[in-house]
Design a protein around this ligand. Structure first.
Ligand code: PRP
Length: 185
């Protein structure tokens, strides 16, 4: 376990992440002042940013979770999203904020938005901690709140995993190359 810290290069420290989330929370508090907000956390990766964000929100907040996985669990996802756990509550007529850890190709989110839009929310916005700077296949997605735009590196920590490891790191980092290859991607 101690080895984890030695093999990951820090990209954003815990302090940097928390400061940025605080800034985003202030913006959301202004945008949704006087409203009720239904926060939807996309598991598993979104759990860290969700907890940090929602405790800083000052409007009336409800919290729900959806767990998804891409079909086949391959690097190149088919764009089909398999719902492992659906929302508990209806989002019809509600202001919904979808909270993600990272948007990479955008396929997961595009499919999630298609599902959520069919349920007729009053509004639907997206908050992501990380957004990869790369050509996105689902380019029409409008991301309202972004923590950091990052290069196309494989990142872990703060909810993000590599083979289910590293989620627990309080910072976001890049796995050192030799370790990354060694795990068997
Ligand atoms: C990650 C992340 C997003 C998705 C982004 O989830 O949480 O949901 O991948 O990738 P995309 O933009 O290329 O679709 P993952 O499938 O790894 O599940 P996890 O959150 O449980 O680790």
């Amino acid at each position: 376990m101690e080895k984890q810290k030695d093999t990951v290069k820090v990209l954003f420290s815990e302090q940097e992440i928390e400061k940025r989330i605080e800034e985003i929370a202030e913006q959301i508090n202004q945008d949704y002042k006087g409203k009720s907000l239904c926060c939807v956390s996309v598991l598993k990766g979104g759990i860290f940013v969700t907890c940090s964000l929602v405790k800083r929100l000052t409007m009336s907040v409800s919290l729900d979770f959806i767990a998804v996985s891409s079909y086949g669990k391959e690097k190149k996802s088919s764009g089909q999203v398999n719902i492992l756990k659906d929302l508990d509550e209806s989002i019809e007529g509600k202001d919904v904020l979808v909270i993600e850890d990272i948007i990479d190709t955008g396929r997961t989110l595009a499919e999630l938005l298609r599902i959520f839009e069919s349920r007729n929310p009053s509004s639907l916005s997206i908050c992501t901690l990380l957004e990869k700077k790369r050509p996105r296949e689902a380019s029409s997605i409008d991301i309202r709140y972004t923590g950091f735009v990052i290069p196309d590196h494989f990142v872990v920590g703060y909810g993000l995993d590599y083979g289910e490891r590293y989620r627990n790191l309080p910072y976001i980092g890049i796995i050192e190359e030799e370790i990354h290859e060694g795990v068997g991607e």
